[in-house]
Write a protein that binds this ligand. Sequence first.
Ligand SMILES: [Zn+2]
Length: 219
Amino acid sequence: MFNVTRTAPAPASLSKSNGYSGDDVLTQLRKIFHDKCYICEIKDPTSINVEHFHPHKGDVLKKHDWNNLFYVCGRCNNIKLAKYENLLDCTDPTVDVFKALRHIPPHTPYQKTLHIEATNNDPKTQETARLLNEVFNTDSTINKKITGSYLRKKVFHRYNRFLELVNHYYDEELPQETRDDALVRLKVLISKTQEFSAFIRWIAAEDENLNKILAEHFD
Ligand SMILES: [Zn+2]
């Protein structure tokens, strides 16, 4: 999960109260959320929903409240439903969702499960960790079991890409230019605009040397 800054004011179509997923809403949301699902962090999802962070349950104000609308992939929306109502709000600038949730990538492409750990006992953090673990690991239906496996594989590929660049950066047999280029690319990979950035940042943050080099680039 990554922190989001809601930089734009409420799109005009919301004031008409005849819908909450107009062109202007989706255009702003995709920009603010960097074209990523705020839950699983998949980039450029092929199925996108405008989600009510707090389920509206017919409440018109909540339904059209700009601050309650989040960019989410269809799969995560279907898993969250109205089951999770006490989650960390990634758009709240006082909440550091990265530090609250330790993301551990899979070590192989077909690892059966991956783990997201709450780093404190706060109920919202605990519930958000439960949601994320369900998103990445559920086998409640065959469809979700298969798509969860695809998702973990994608996380692994991103993690593996990061490790390749780390190896290049540290390889003393490589020309300095190649090592410098690897460092530039590592800085890009840890940006929150990138897919699965929370997994990659945790790897960087837990390495004594990489943390020194990269922590200042955690945007
Ligand atoms: Zn998702």
